[in-house]
Ligand binder design. Structure first.
Ligand code: ADP
Length: 171
């Protein structure tokens, strides 16, 4: 069974097989985690994303889907890009957020990645409430069948860390 661990820190500093990027559908960079990954990972990642846009992903990557590229200069082998849903108060998009975790793990299995670091997808610029985002992340990772040995949830700030910690311990 997959071991779910929690780390407070920067996703770009994780030595793992694959780092998940909270990308946008253009695959061509953005703010938050996306900006940090491209800044630290260097131009190889953007070049690989451009190649994807020029081939199978002409219209970009759909919300809830995932695709892998090189990790460039990051201390990882691959970046798995996934597009979280923008939070909506009027429409329940939880399935799409769960799909990001499931599809990223499916891509990780295809790659043979054994350790995967995830950020709290959609909880930044896309506005998802952190407690609900944490619940969906943890529930989905725990209920997905995968060959990945360690899923490392990496959260940036103190408040988010406390919320993930409470939910992981079931309190
Ligand atoms: P989204 O657009 O999917 O909301 P963001 O990148 O804006 O994605 O934010 C996702 C989460 O990642 C937020 O909780 C944000 O605080 C956090 N975050 C931002 N930068 C980093 C980083 N370098 N490492 C880990 N987490 C980060």
């Amino acid at each position: 069974m997959v071991s779910v661990t929690l780390v407070r820190g920067d996703i770009t500093e994780q030595s793992v097989d694959a780092v998940v990027n909270a990308a946008n559908s253009s695959l061509l960079g953005g703010g938050g985690v996306d900006g940090a990954i491209h800044r630290k990972g260097g131009p190889e990642i953007l070049a690989a994303c451009r190649a994807l846009r020029a081939s199978h992903y002409g219209k970009g990557l759909r919300t809830g889907q995932a695709v892998a590229t090189t990790a460039g200069r990051l201390p990882a082998r691959w970046v798995i890009h996934t597009v979280g849903p923008v939070w909506s108060a009027t429409e329940d998009r939880s399935d799409l957020l769960a799909s990001c975790y499931r599809e990223s793990l499916r891509v990780a299995d295809e790659l043979g990645a054994e350790t995967v670091a995830f950020p709290a997808i959609s909880t930044g610029i896309y506005g998802w409430p952190i407690d609900d985002g944490a619940r969906i992340a943890i529930d989905t990772v725990r209920s997905t069948s995968t060959e990945v040995r360690e899923v490392r949830l990496v959260v940036f700030d103190h408040n988010a860390f406390g919320i993930f910690e409470d939910q992981l311990s079931g309190s």
